[in-house]
Design a protein around this ligand. Structure first.
Ligand code: PRP
Length: 206
């Protein structure tokens, strides 16, 4: 039986994804919270798990370096990988929002500056509202941008709300509900259909 390569995200989503896989009966004995290993196998040696940076997951699956991936809907909408999206899981639920200082006017009659790691999502959102924006692409700690006067607002993920709250910022508008999704490389789905379907049924049965 050939091996299925499954890409999952490093960072806070890794432990949740591993828990979810274990609840589905797929175990990775080499995984522990402090692990820096980027490639490991399940106990049956039929699932090869790889850990990629969240924003790169779609690329690994799109290019066939991984057969399947578990990734947030935010990355699918932002990166638009050419993959099948086959399952919507009920974990890693969060939101993409516009946030900033309380009472910030989002439609001020001038160009709004928006710091974000989601330039496409942010651009499309404000375009749909006919609000001109200058997008300032950042890679992390996005909440810092309005605090330092780098942008008027941010478009970012909110999960618990703690980061916004501890920095005096609030949600100004909702943009997108996010949950973890299963994505599949199109060629892999054609050549490894049975194995991928078996894995999907395990994940569904959970
Ligand atoms: C994400 C996001 C927020 C934070 C929100 O950042 O960009 O900063 O989590 O989570 P909360 O609502 O639970 O506080 P992440 O921790 O992924 O790191 P980053 O800032 O390096 O992108």
């Amino acid at each position: 039986m050939s091996v299925i390569t499954l890409a999952i995200a490093t960072g806070r989503m890794a432990a949740r994804t591993i828990d979810f896989l274990e609840e589905s009966g797929i175990y990775f004995p080499d995984y522990h919270n402090d692990s820096r290993k980027l490639v490991m196998y399940d106990t049956t040696n039929t699932v090869k798990l790889i850990f990629a940076k969240t924003a790169d997951l779609g690329t690994y699956v799109d290019k066939g370096a991984a057969d399947i991936g578990i990734v947030g809907k935010d990355i699918i909408v932002e990166e638009q990988p050419d993959v099948y999206e086959l399952l919507n899981f009920d974990f890693s639920n969060c939101r993409v929002v516009v946030a900033g200082f309380p009472n910030t006017d989002l439609y001020p009659g001038r160009t709004l500056t928006v710091a974000t790691k989601y330039p496409r999502i942010a651009g499309n959102f404000f375009h749909s509202k006919e609000q001109a924006v200058e997008i300032i692409p950042l890679n992390g700690s996005i909440e810092l941008a309005p605090l330092m006067g780098l942008s008027d607002v941010i478009v970012d993920i909110v999960e618990t709300g703690a980061t916004l709250e501890q920095n005096g910022l609030v949600v100004l508008e909702d943009v997108l509900d996010v949950s973890a999704r299963l994505i599949v490389n199109k060629a892999s789905y054609a050549t490894k259909t049975e194995q991928i379907e078996q894995l999907i049924s395990k994940l569904k049965r959970k």
